[in-house]
Design a binder for this molecule. Structure first.
Ligand SMILES: [Zn+2]
Length: 286
């Protein structure tokens, strides 16, 4: 069942859980997401990174297959453009009927972030497509320090103003997570998150789920995170499973190897879906 981000996160807000948004890049990763969602009866968001749309063949086929899978499965599935920074790819994703796009102008000054976000909101909403934007800036794990992140954390007041001025459907916030692999231990600013959730009227998104730790994520979910992006950890789990299989059987068929990688992603995702409460939350068409 193909649904919008607005619908997915509205339900999550109402029922108090977090929807997983894993990144996909080929058929196996797509199937892994839907297999996990079906096994857990969990709503899910397929995230397609902007760089995939810069590859000619992936651009042509990945969204089509993703949409077909989303329409045919019984669980609610959205397709989101992840970190749309270029106007071209954002419009392309809208044209290709993604159910939502993330416009990421979080590296720009406030006014420019507002202007660029509003521009995308105007086009997307006209076509019934939801929009996620980011305020504050979620950086990279390699820039992490002993005391967590210093710069770019989201100010609750600014988040409130941004959400009102842009009319976005979901808001990604910076509360101490990072993309990629953390250098050091992740430290989340839960007080800040609680304050943002109190003040901001749209569902909140957390980027950089990988390696953040389940305890931290469960707490973030309780404090209002409704969408969790996850990528790096899935890639690592798949790689390690493939490594073990190869060591055990160096002559293994490549197609079997891919299946083992996919199964590792399914296992990891199911664990997250159970821990963050989306398991069993799939609804059916009314
Ligand atoms: Zn991200």
């Amino acid at each position: 069942m193909y649904v919008t981000l607005k619908e997915l996160l509205g339900h999550a807000e109402q029922e108090g859980y977090t929807v997983l948004a894993p990144n996909v890049f080929n058929l196996e990763s797509l199937i892994a997401v839907v297999e996990a969602a079906e096994a857990e009866q969990a709503p899910v968001i397929i995230a397609i990174g902007e760089s995939r749309l810069k590859d000619e063949r992936l651009q042509k086929y990945l969204p089509v297959i993703a949409r077909q899978i989303a329409r045919e499965t019984a669980v609610p599935v959205g397709i989101n453009l992840d970190h749309g920074k270029s106007y071209h790819e954002l419009v392309l994703a809208i044209q290709k009927e993604f159910s939502s796009v993330m416009i990421d102008a979080s590296m720009c000054p406030y006014e420019e972030n507002v202007t660029r976000t509003r521009e995308i909101v105007k086009i997307a909403h006209e076509l019934g497509i939801s929009v996620e934007a980011e305020i504050g800036h979620v950086g990279m794990g390699e820039d992490y320090t002993e005391n967590g992140v210093k710069d770019g954390l989201t100010e609750p007041e600014v988040a409130k103003r941004f959400a009102e001025e842009t009319q976005v459907d979901a808001l990604a916030v910076a509360v101490g997570t990072a993309h990629g692999v953390y250098k050091g231990t992740p430290k989340l600013d839960f007080e800040r998150l609680e304050e943002i959730h109190k003040m901001v009227n749209v569902p909140l998104v957390l980027h950089g789920g990988s390696g953040t730790g389940m305890e931290n994520l469960i707490k973030a979910s309780r404090l209002g995170i409704r969408k969790l992006n996850i990528n790096t950890e899935l890639l690592i789990e798949a790689r390690e499973q493939v490594r073990r299989e190869l060591e055990e059987n160096p002559g293994i068929d490549y197609s079997i190897l891919l299946k083992h990688g996919k199964d590792a992603v399914v296992r990891t995702l199911r664990g997250y879906m159970q821990a963050l409460g989306s398991s069993g939350k799939a609804w059916s068409k009314s």
